[in-house]
Design a protein around this ligand. Structure first.
Ligand code: GLC
Length: 438
């Protein structure tokens, strides 16, 4: 007899043969994107490269990529000592992210003002700006939003220079003493923060609410105009969350995409990131219940509600090692799913593992593709700086990624090292700002 839910396991499998085809397609998209041709990968020039480690100064950083906004002050000594970081977290209202440029950036400028006021900081300060959305960067301190992701929709930002929008908002708040000198994505910030002390770091990855990867590329391989950029290498923000070829998609992915606010977009993100993992589990469990395999064919009404089961819930379910999944049972009962027995709880946990293991394998495939483009036989060691709750909090996620690298390169797979890098989008922005202002 087959184990229960083996059919679901087959639908969420991502075997290595298939993954090799995915990696080949990914690298094909990378090349097209670098040449400026049509591609699901935007391959955005960042005008930043790995730091030297000698960047120094007292620099502000702004980290904007979710409703939690952080303002930080970094102290960089440039002599190998660990940077100091002092930051505050502020919360945007849900209304801010769907408002307009003036409202959104006004709120952010006031956060910066409050941060300086609390500490009695006079300035002047240079500031690095981490903006974790796809930006068409035109220089280190200029970049236009291409399209909102993550459900944001504030008007008047798409096709506008977000550095200018922020500088204008700072001026309106009487904060001219803060000058935004550089702009970067969160992936880039994370790579730079790690590369500050780890020269083997040549990729940055976010596995959180959203997902994306950047990596270090030879400037000569970039076919797009790069203004006066003179460096030999440049970090490229791939916007890999939008990759859409040769993915192991199934009917649940299709259903999730159709019901999303951006159908047809961000397919990799929808299979990998924290915003969607819980929803995939909900869709599978609802389907099993509808087929009469759980809840006696009558699932609690809750299972018809998109978004009720979150990535955090999936984490908690996976962490429950009891035979009857007791903690999952009380979790579901607490959420209001009455009638959840041991059978249902064990199933939810199993589905959680299946969905997140596939996510980890896709994440590994994306990193493998980016890193092996320039080093196909893994002749060198590579650190991928990774940040985000999915990587940090999901039991077994990092291990599944490491296992995948070994499946791809049985002898050398361990040369790709995914390394948890905290605060990258704060510290990295400060380092980039310091190197720009020098
Ligand atoms: C989304 C954004 C991307 C960001 C990622 C992680 O995919 O488009 O720019 O890096 O989320 O925050």
């Amino acid at each position: 007899m087959s184990a229960p839910f083996d059919d679901i396991a087959a639908e969420f499998a991502f075997p290595i043969g298939r993954m090799r085809a995915t990696i080949a397609a990914f690298q094909d998209e990378m090349r097209r994107g670098l040449a400026g041709g049509p591609s699901s990968l935007k391959m955005l020039p960042t005008y930043a490269d790995n730091p030297t480690g000698r960047e120094r100064g007292s620099v502000l950083a702004l980290d904007l990529g979710g409703t939690n906004v952080r303002v930080l002050l970094a102290g960089l000594t440039g002599d190998g000592r660990a940077p100091t970081l002092d930051g505050d977290k502020f919360k945007l209202e849900p209304a801010h992210i769907v408002s307009d440029a003036e409202v959104l950036f006004g709120a952010i400028a006031r956060f910066i003002g409050r941060f300086l006021e609390r500490r009695g900081l006079a300035g002047p300060f240079n500031m690095g700006f981490t903006f974790s959305f796809p930006i068409r960067q035109l220089g280190i301190d200029r970049g236009e939003l291409i399209v909102w992701t993550k459900g944001w929709s504030a008007a008047g930002v798409v096709d506008h220079d977000v550095v200018a929008l922020l500088n204008r908002a700072l001026a309106r708040e009487g904060l001219e003493r803060v000058r935004v000198v550089s702009l970067n994505n969160d992936t880039t910030g994370t790579q730079v923060a790690r590369a500050y002390f780890d020269p083997a770091c040549d990729a940055g990855c976010i596995l959180g609410t959203g997902t994306n990867v950047c990596y270090r590329e030879r400037t000569a391989a970039v076919g797009k105009p790069l203004d006066a950029y003179a460096g030999e290498a440049m970090i490229i923000n791939m916007e890999s969350g939008n990759f859409n070829r040769e993915l192991p998609r199934n009917r649940f992915d299709a259903a999730l995409d159709e019901a999303s606010e951006n159908p047809g977009e961000q397919w990799t993100e929808k299979m990998v990131s924290g915003k969607y993992l819980g929803e995939l589990v909900r869709l599978v469990v609802a389907d099993l219940a509808a087929a009469g395999r759980l809840y006696g064919g009558r699932p609690p009404a809750l299972f018809a509600e998109p978004g009720f089961f979150t990535s955090e819930h999936v984490c908690a379910a996976k962490a429950d090692v009891s035979a009857g999944a007791d903690a999952v049972r009380s979790l579901l009962a607490g959420l209001g799913a009455s009638g959840t027995g041991a059978g249902e709880a064990v199933a939810v946990r199993r589905v959680g593992w299946l969905v997140s293991a596939r996510a980890a394998r896709i994440a590994a495939a994306v990193l493998a593709a980016a890193i092996s483009k320039g080093d196909p036989a893994l002749d060198r060691p590579h650190t991928a700086a990774v940040d985000g709750s999915v990587f940090e909090k999901h039991p077994g996620f990092k291990e599944e990624m490491e296992k995948t690298f070994l499946e791809l390169w049985p002898e050398r797979g361990a040369r790709i090292r995914p390394a948890l890098t905290h605060d990258g989008s704060g510290l990295g922005a400060a380092i980039i700002a310091a190197s720009t202002a020098r």
